[in-house]
Every structure is written in C-alpha cells, then in structure tokens.
Design a binder for this molecule. Sequence first.
Ligand SMILES: Nc1nc2c(c(=O)[nH]1)N[C@@H](CN(C=O)c1ccc(C(=O)N[C@@H](CCC(=O)O)C(=O)O)cc1)CN2
Length: 341
Amino acid sequence: MHLRRVSRHNASSSYVYSAQIWSESAHRERKQHKNRRFSCNATGANSDEGAAIIDGKAIAQTVREEIGVEVASLKASTGKVPGLAVVLVGGRKDSETYVRSKKKGCEEAGIQSFGTDLPEDVTEEELLKVVADYNADPSVHGILVQLPLPDHINEENVLNAISIEKDVDGFHPLNMGLLAQRGREPFFVPCTPKGCVELLERSGIEISGKTAVVIGRSNIVGMPANLLLQRRDATVTVVHSRTPNAKEVTQQADIVIVACGRAEMVRGDWIKPGAAVIDVGINAVDDATKKRGYRLVGDACFDEIKPIAGAITPVPGGVGPMTIAMLLQNTLEGFKRTVSA
Ligand SMILES: Nc1nc2c(c(=O)[nH]1)N[C@@H](CN(C=O)c1ccc(C(=O)N[C@@H](CCC(=O)O)C(=O)O)cc1)CN2
C-alpha cells in the first residue's frame, strides 16, 4: 500500500495507504437517518448505541491461537512444522512493520519463518532468483513478496514466479482464476478478502441469500471479495469509480465491503439500517492532537455509520489484523497439503 497525500472532507489533507484509487471526489452529504434497526448479532454487540463493533483484533488473536494449537499437534505427529518465506525489497517503514508482524505471528504460532531483505536497487532478476530458491525449498510452504515493490520491478513478473502451491498471498493469476470458477478450488485465497469473510462468519452474520455490495474492484481485495461472497451464495454488486449511483446501490445492501482507498468516502446515508459494514481502508489523517501526528481512519465514515449499521469493523483493529492471521492460516493449509500428499 502506498503512502500518499489526498484531500478529505473536514480535513486539509491526509495520507492514505492504499493499493487502489477511487477516482471520484469524496461524498460530502451528511443526512440524518431515522429508521434505525440493529438486527446484527455480531461479536461484542452493543445494540443500544448502534452497530455491534466487530473486534478484528480479538478475532484475529483467536484464529492465531487456533493455528498455534494445530501446528503443535502436527509437529507432534509429523515431526515437521510449516515454513513461511517473507521477501522484503527496500526500506519502506510501513512494509518493514508489516514484515516484522508477519515474522512475529509465525514465531507465536510455531511456524518457521525465513526472511530475505533485499536493497531498493535489487534487480528483478535477483529477486526472481530468490523466489525460485524458495520455490525449490521443501521446508518452505508459503512465499510472500511484500508489496508494493520499487517501480523498476515488474510486480506481475514477480507474483507470476511464485509457485501456485506456495502462493500464500493468493495473488498468482492461476489461483485467482481458480477462485473465479465454480466447482474449482484455488490453492490459496488472498488474505484480506478472506479475513473479511472470516469476520462476518465468526460474528454470526448470515451471508447466504443476502445482498452484498463490494466497493472497489482491485485484484487483491475487491475482485476476490466479490468472488468469495458469491461462493457463499450472496447476490453481489461491485461498485467502482465509474458507478454513477454508488450511494443508491450501496443503500440496498445487507453486507457492504468497502475497499475503495479513499478516506471516509462511504457516509452514513449510504448504509441500509442494520447492514454489516466491513471496512478494508487504512488511511492516516493529519491530527496534531495525536502523538504520531496522525490518526487512522477507514474508507467508511465510522462515526456516521455506527448509529445506523447492524455491525461495523473499526479502523484500526478491524480487517487489518485479520490479514496477518489469514496469512498464517494459508501457510498452515499449504503445509497440511504437503504432509497429507
Ligand atoms: N504481499 C503483500 N503485501 C501487502 C499486503 C498483503 O496482504 N500481501 N497487504 C498490505 C499490508 N499488510 C500486510 O502485508 C497489512 C496492512 C495492515 C495491517 C494492520 O493490521 N493494520 C492495523 C493498523 C496498523 C497501524 O497502526 O498502522 C489495523 O488495521 O488495525 C496488517 C497487514 C500491503 N502489502
């Protein structure tokens, strides 16, 4: 995700971490909603005060503990542990933080982590050689190359080079293609959209038969989120930067996954009373009152939506922590396929 400055309602500027760009201006209307209904039975429900807050941090912690238990049991029965290789190129502070968290997550779950840190000016050829070596290493069950990569490296070439059986990010076009086909199973599903669905399921929110809107159509979140919801029998509409009536379409949805990459673009009056809102955005907005000089907000306007929705994920502490939990889960799944083969 790239750190960039954008304009935002009620703020002179903000920094946005996002893989996607929503090319239209942010919505500015602030309508009051009357017919409130709080039908959701999500974790931590506090219906008197509006939407249940889906605590992604707590759910991710539960998933990580479950993975730890299973890894320990498989270690006892096979004498082997899953291995995850994490490749970092350059010195972006945010990428370094995510990579550190991934390695720490591995350690806590009993997964062996392998790391390769490459300089900013590494050639594509050198990076491809690192990937090829991990492809050939039987103690590595998952490979991920932290994104974004420096501009001189062709991201597509690198993602295509990862063995589909070790593609724990699920970004390889063959895994994407398998996800898109009915009756076929990908080796791995991308971690962030997988985490969104896991949050809904673990919060007891019904997906089958519901109407869902996914806002954003990126390869890594919007598109796979759409496919995952369809696989669970939701009726899905994808809203994007060229959708003329994005608000009206979103107002019909029981479930809204927001991944448009624009700080607080989705406002309270976009949301049907009682709907579940899963916010994928992580945007840093200037805030002099905070120690860090900024605060994080999502792509959905939490304060406006909370009184209306049935359930909502916060930012931070919603989808973000699930991304790493799903990465560990994918690594475990990759390992299990090798021990059962
Ligand atoms: N190869 C990949 N690269 C990137 C991915 C990815 O899934 N695979 N996703 C993002 C970064 N990312 C993991 O890599 C990631 C982003 C955010 C979080 C998270 O937990 N965020 C916290 C807030 C953190 C903060 O305080 O700054 C939250 O939302 O609560 C985890 C992982 C781009 N690159």
